[in-house]
Design a binder for this molecule. Structure first.
Ligand SMILES: Cc1cc2nc3c(=O)[nH]c(=O)nc-3n(C[C@H](O)[C@H](O)[C@H](O)COP(=O)(O)OP(=O)(O)OC[C@H]3O[C@@H](n4cnc5c(N)ncnc54)[C@H](O)[C@@H]3O)c2cc1C
Length: 469
């Protein structure tokens, strides 16, 4: 990486983006597209941050660190992928269909009808057999109320937890256990008695009660990293920028009181630019701050954002035990099963079943050993899907993401900052920035685009860096 001569003021088109996850890459791509010269600096050997995949060296299956699912309402993510040319690597399951099972053998299906949105979800819920007719009507009424509150009185919901809001709306324990809580934990990554009702209302409004296409389950046909990392890097480099992995930023260095002058790398080198975007998690940002900013209230309040873990257990069996793609487990510790064989057409050389189990909001379990977690998941699988009892376990992999996302509690709404900081040329991106959404891929991309827009606004018109063919 070139060390830039300190006597030469950086070109106003030069931007350093720290962090190569969805937020950093989407910010860098938006800026490169607008003619800026961008340097993306990533600490790890590979891009992708908390959304990455790798190929199983033995069987060849693609393993995602946490079975990432996007939804049809991830419009800014889709725009980002269209720009870098990989949108066609997505699969849209337009007709949402989830199998729900309980340990007593009861089963039900949430399956969207062919009606236009949001009637497709009304029909899906009205046919959901795990709830009584009265409970289904009550769920729909509560959903309508949540959407109205999200539009009219969001700040009231910001101070209410999901469980308190549902209680106030008269939702029965059964409706919570069999519908609301599985939905809330999966989309918010937090227990309902801590998660903010405002965020649930936003998800409900955007994902389930918008257009029919908004509620589609969307996933990558290729490994998650292959969906966006290399294509984003190529896009940036063709426009005069560069992407450096294995390049951790040690700290930001100030130039006067109100501007960052350069980033100092872990190997002591420095990289200058006219503008800087931090696209790292909040804790990593705090670690990069120079001494004068460490007591600045704008930054110190970020220490109050709490993390929420996700555990993903990947299991290979000697046979397939279900043909459903997604199965929600009701009343067990394991929450969702993703049947990789039904989701992906591509498979490695292994023939049997490949299942991924997800436990979100897993604070109480994350310190358990991998063996304990595998036992727990298999126990739940055997209870929920009896056909699995005869299947032989071939191998398993447990991935614990202790800092998977920020906890979307009521406090977090107040604590999440926007893109601007008290430093004129430092902007923030990351799924944890205030986007009105839970910390998701879409939130990361929205924040990246917002930080890029803030840089563009600050710099004004530029003569673009030429594109290399
Ligand atoms: C297990 C799991 C399952 C998930 N499931 C879903 C899902 O189904 N749907 C969904 O939408 N979202 C899901 N998410 C959330 C989603 O992965 C994140 O919201 C998103 O990836 C965050 O992107 P980001 O760019 O904000 O942060 P990150 O991906 O964390 O990127 C930040 C980058 O900064 C780098 N960095 C940190 N410090 C430095 C430094 N000093 N110098 C240089 N680089 C640095 C890091 O290495 C990292 O690559 C899931 C997350 C996890 C962990």
């Amino acid at each position: 990486m070139p060390e830039i001569d300190r006597t030469v003021m950086p070109d106003p088109r030069d931007v350093v983006v720290v962090g190569g996850g969805f937020a950093g890459l989407s910010a860098a791509v938006a800026l490169a597209d607008a003619g800026f010269r961008v340097a993306v600096l990533e600490r790890k050997p590979k891009l992708g941050g908390r959304a990455y995949s790798f190929k199983d060296p033995e069987g060849g299956d693609w393993i995602d660190n946490g079975q990432h699912v996007m939804m049809g309402c991830y419009t800014q993510t889709f725009d980002f992928l269209k720009k870098i040319g990989t949108y066609d690597k997505l699969v849209f399951r337009d007709r949402i269909e989830m199998e729900m099972v309980a340990a007593n053998g009861e089963r039900g299906r949430i399956k969207a009808g062919y009606l236009p949105g949001p009637l497709h979800m009304v029909s899906a819920l009205m046919r959901y057999s795990m709830l009584s007719f009265g409970e289904r009507v009550s769920v729909l009424k509560a959903g309508a109320w949540l959407i109205a509150q999200a539009r009219l009185r969001r700040n009231r919901l910001e101070h209410t937890t999901v469980s308190a809001a549902l209680k106030e709306l008269g939702q029965s324990d059964r409706a919570c256990e069999r519908f609301w809580y599985p939905l809330a934990i999966a989309t918010l990554n937090e227990e309902p008695d801590k998660a903010s009702a405002a965020l649930l209302a936003e998800v409900w409004k955007r994902a389930f009660f918008g257009r029919r296409r908004d509620s589609a389950f969307v996933y990558s046909k290729v490994g998650l990293s292959d969906l966006y990392c290399q294509a984003a890097e190529d896009f940036i480099e063709q426009r005069g920028g560069f992407v450096a992995a294995h390049t951790g930023v040690d700290r930001l260095e100030l130039d006067g009181n109100h501007a960052v002058g350069c980033v100092r790398l872990r190997d002591g080198k420095k990289v200058e630019a006219a503008n800087f975007i931090s696209a790292v998690p909040a804790g990593a940002l705090l670690a990069m701050l120079p001494a004068p900013l460490q007591d600045e209230p704008f930054f110190t309040r970020l220490t109050q954002l709490r993390p929420s873990p996700i555990i993903c257990v990947h299991v290979w069996l000697d046979r397939e035990v279900t043909d459903c793609a997604f199965v929600g487990f009701i009343g067990s510790t394991t929450q969702w099963l993703f049947n990789k064989r039904a989701i992906f057409s591509e498979r490695g050389s292994e023939q049997g079943g490949y299942l991924s189990f997800v436990i979100s909001g897993a604070r109480a379990l994350v310190e358990r050993t991998n063996e304990q977690l595998l036992d727990l998941v298999l126990d739940d699988l055997h209870k929920m899907i009896p056909a699995s009892r005869d299947a032989r376990l071939i191998k398993a992999l447990v991935i614990k993401e202790k800092q998977a996302t920020i906890a979307p509690d009521c406090e977090s709404d107040r604590l999440r900052p926007g893109s601007d900081t008290p430093i004129d040329n430092l902007f923030l991106a990351g799924d944890w920035i205030q986007t009105g959404l839970p910390a998701t891929i879409e939130s990361a991309v929205i924040s990246g685009c917002a930080a890029a827009a803030a840089v563009k606004k600050r710099v004004g018109p530029i003569s673009p860096v030429p594109v290399l063919e």
